[in-house]
Design a protein around this ligand. Structure first.
Ligand SMILES: [Zn+2]
Length: 295
């Protein structure tokens, strides 16, 4: 299932948490490639044990292989939605379509999912869904519950992106997943993040600081402020001007070739004139989207 070759786990992105201790449903945890090695692997990782993975239904949907432990129709709207997401992510980010399979393991019962996560990832925080990247596989694990569509869009976005750009900076990885977790047609307008950032602005505690985001290396450092700000930078780049969108696309293309390419903040400073001009523009963008009428 996860690693057939016994190679080290390289990244684990944990999606929305509702089960323990986390007030915000969008909290995500990421173990970057550089922070994990063999000795850091969770004990009991079932490299060859697939017995408790969902296996009643298997659906091939484009790049996705969806495994469920209940009857799930291949024409289910969510399946089609996730298949469409592949093209949306590719087109919006200017990334090629990959044929690398992304496995989605969907548990009918939350307690089955909890037991699986506790058994195989005992040292990781409990989350509502998670994405695992190894040297050889891309996998998503999630229980079927009220917010399954949002959770699977978020985690599957990680899968589609990592299939072609394995070394995305943590903040950008999450900002992109937050953008695409929303239903199609909402142009990535994340109302929860907008209201969070608006509240911070009213309080005078809203910090917009891309170099700070770029310095984040471990998921444990990521707060709701970081998620909301990451989303805001991504939305600003993708939904305001063509040069900003192109800049993000070019950055991702460069990351594909060289994971250590010049950071996005340096490129944006060149485009916008100064770091303060970037920050002011993102702030203005947040205010503008906050003023949009609710659908
Ligand atoms: Zn995520």
């Amino acid at each position: 299932m996860l690693v057939r070759t016994g190679l080290p786990l390289v990244a684990l992105l944990l999606g929305a948490c509702t089960l323990v201790g986390c007030a915000h449903s969008l909290t995500t945890v990421h173990w970057p490639r550089s922070t994990l090695d063999r000795s850091g692997l969770p004990t009991g990782m079932p490299w060859n044990d697939t017995s408790d993975l969902p296996n009643r239904t298997e659906i091939l949907a484009g790049q996705l292989v969806i495994h469920a432990d209940f009857p799930l129709a291949g024409q289910h709207r969510l399946v089609r939605d996730l298949e469409t997401l592949r093209l949306d992510v590719s087109q919006k980010l200017g990334l090629p379509i990959s044929d690398e399979l992304v496995h989605l393991y969907v548990f009918e019962r939350p307690d089955s999912y909890d037991a699986f996560a506790a058994k195989h990832f005992p040292h990781f925080p409990v989350r509502r869904a998670f994405f695992v990247e190894t040297d050889t596989t891309l996998s998503v694990f999630a229980p079927w519950q009220d917010r399954i569509a949002e959770d699977l869009r978020h985690e599957t976005t990680h899968g589609y992106v990592h299939a072609v750009v394995p070394t995305v900076p943590l903040w950008l990885d999450e900002g992109i997943a937050e953008f695409f977790e929303l239903p199609r047609g909402e142009q990535g307008l994340h109302r929860d993040h907008i209201s969070h950032l608006s509240g911070r602005m009213l309080e005078g505690t809203c910090r917009i600081d891309l170099p700070r985001l770029e310095s984040l290396e471990s998921a444990g450092e990521l707060s709701q402020d970081h998620y909301a700000e990451s989303w805001a930078w991504v939305h600003w780049m993708l939904e305001t001007t063509a040069p900003r969108r192109t800049l993000l696309q070019n950055y991702l293309a460069d990351l594909r070739r060289d994971g250590k390419t010049a950071p996005l903040s340096a490129r944006l400073t060149q485009l916008e004139g100064s770091p303060s001009a970037c920050t002011a523009s993102v702030r203005a963008h947040i205010e503008a989207v906050a003023a949009l009428p609710q659908k």
